[in-house]
Design a protein around this ligand. Structure first.
Ligand code: NCD
Ligand code: ZN
Length: 465
């Protein structure tokens, strides 16, 4: 074998089956992994990176981020979100289509790719949106290269009108032919509107009132309905930002009878329970809301420890402090807005769960690297850490204990309920296709370094490793 471009030594290489035994080095040439083996068995390299016993993970894939570009660049843009991703140890982002304009046609999708090509520091993909208006765009969006589809069943930022059940069911037959997956903002809109109106009329206006106005049954019903539609169409479905154990149970039951249904949860649903609203007010306002202790604990049990959740992503949803009303976080929740940033807290949150013994290292890798890549057709190029694939790495120091000060975040907006959280572990180096994009507290990549990842077929989620 020829000389390598770089060699990562003294790392603890983490695979889906856990850490590799012994002294394992990873060699990189031309942006791909050229060899994995004992240092003595590998050729020499131009550059040797000593990881000093830290974890070497496959690059983290976040399959749920709102980049806000085009249209809402005052909240975030492709440069600021990917700078934050690099600093957070995230090597690939899949962008949500509730931009302005929404990503509902091939031309608009191509526009997103152009912006990201120009502005992104890490690798990327994007979903196309399906609404009441554009069900004719299913195949054209697939042909234009989309990672999959997003349907906003419950009203949320962007006010996108969902397809009705007939339109959705029919579109799902066509999606089934594309090899792609459709994911949902799975909340029943009628239930949301009813309780929002009732809550407002009763004069209840705290952050917890907003949370309670979106009850678990709204999520459970949408999961149930779309899982049933999947069963009848063969269309692969995904539940974005699953928040409750009750809903995770419906996913697990669907998988058990062979339905191609997958689900993601977010670190905030695993970390917090609804007590967060008394502590953080509208800083923690998000849709779906953070749930009761019982639902959160059941999400761990049925979702993470069981089959109800396949992957973890952030729903990184930046809004300015003014938009969230953070001059008084306990002010009127109906004047606030839902969502907060996440790409710089997901690795520390997951590392902390591992440190607490709630998650094994192998399970972390499956949730955060392998399965998001598989579900959205990016595997094995992304998420695998195998010879011949992209040399994307997330290096984690598992021992460092630290407290988040949101002023240190790299996003344009920095509202997060994790402000002040105590973590154990953080990303110390991020590598994308062999280039170190973040190290020693510095973002080293430039806008334009990020590349679009080609999309292959999704997998059968009922038999996902
Ligand atoms: C998201 C946003 O702000 O774009 N907000 C949120 O509360 N999750 C929209 C969404 O994912 O529903
Ligand atoms: Zn959503």
């Amino acid at each position: 074998m020829d000389e390598l471009d770089s060699l990562f030594v003294n790392g603890r290489v983490i695979t889906p089956d856990g850490p590799l035994d012994g002294d394992v080095a990873v060699g990189v040439t031309d942006g791909t992994i050229a060899a994995i083996g004992t240092p003595a068995s590998l050729p020499s390299a131009d550059r040797v990176v000593d990881l000093d016993g830290q974890y070497l993970l496959p690059g983290v894939v976040d399959c749920h981020v709102h980049t806000r570009s085009p249209g809402d660049e005052h909240k975030e843009d492709w440069t600021t979100i990917t700078r934050a991703a690099a600093a957070g140890g995230v090597t690939t982002l899949i962008a949500m289509p509730n931009t302005d304009p929404i990503v509902s046609t091939p031309d608009r999708l191509r526009r997103v790719y152009e912006i990201a090509d120009r502005d992104a520091l890490v690798d990327f993909q994007s979903y196309g949106v399906l609404t009441a208006e554009n069900t004719a765009q299913v195949t054209p969006l697939a042909e234009a290269g989309a990672a999959g589809y997003k349907v906003f069943l419950g009203t949320t930022f962007g006010e996108i009108e969902p397809p009705n059940d007939g339109q959705l069911f029919d579109a799902m037959k066509e999606i089934a032919e594309t090899g792609l997956r459709v994911g949902f903002h799975e909340e029943n809109d009628d239930i949301l509107s009813f309780y929002e109106a009732e809550t407002k009329a009763a004069g209840r206006n705290r952050a917890l009132d907003h949370a309670r106005s979106r009850p678990v049954v709204a999520e459970a019903e949408a999961v149930q309905r779309t899982t049933l539609f999947s069963e009848h169409t063969g269309c692969p479905v995904h539940m974005f930002h699953l928040s409750s154990g009750t809903a995770a149970e419906i996913v697990a039951r669907g998988k058990a009878r062979g339905v191609n249904v997958s689900a993601e949860t977010c670190p905030h649903y695993l970390w917090f329970d609804e007590d967060v609203y008394a502590e953080k007010g509208n800083a923690a306002r998000v849709q779906p809301p953070i749930r009761s202790t019982a639902e959160r604990d059941r999400l761990w049990e049925v979702g993470i420890d069981g089959d109800g959740v396949d992957c973890v992503a952030t729903d990184h949803a930046p809004h300015t402090d003014e938009e969230k009303g953070l001059s008084d976080p306990f002010g009127n929740t109906w004047e606030s807005i839902s969502g907060f940033v996440g790409v710089e807290t997901e690795v520390p949150a997951m590392a902390t769960f591992v440190d607490e013994g709630r998650l094994s290292l192998g399970e972390w890798i499956r949730l955060h690297c392998v399965r998001p890549a598989k579900l959205w057709g990016l595997y094995p190029q992304k998420g695998s850490l195998q010879v011949g694939t992209d040399a994307d790495f997330t290096v984690v120091d598992p021992a460092v204990e630290w407290t988040l000060d949101r002023r240190s975040l790299h996003s344009k907006s920095t509202a997060t309920p994790f402000d002040g959280a105590r973590f154990r572990g953080r990303a110390t180096m991020t590598v994308v296709r062999g280039s170190v994009v973040y190290a020693e507290g510095e973002v080293l990549a430039s806008p334009g370094d990020g590349e679009r990842v080609p999309v292959g077929e999704t997998v059968d989620a009922s038999a996902l490793e």
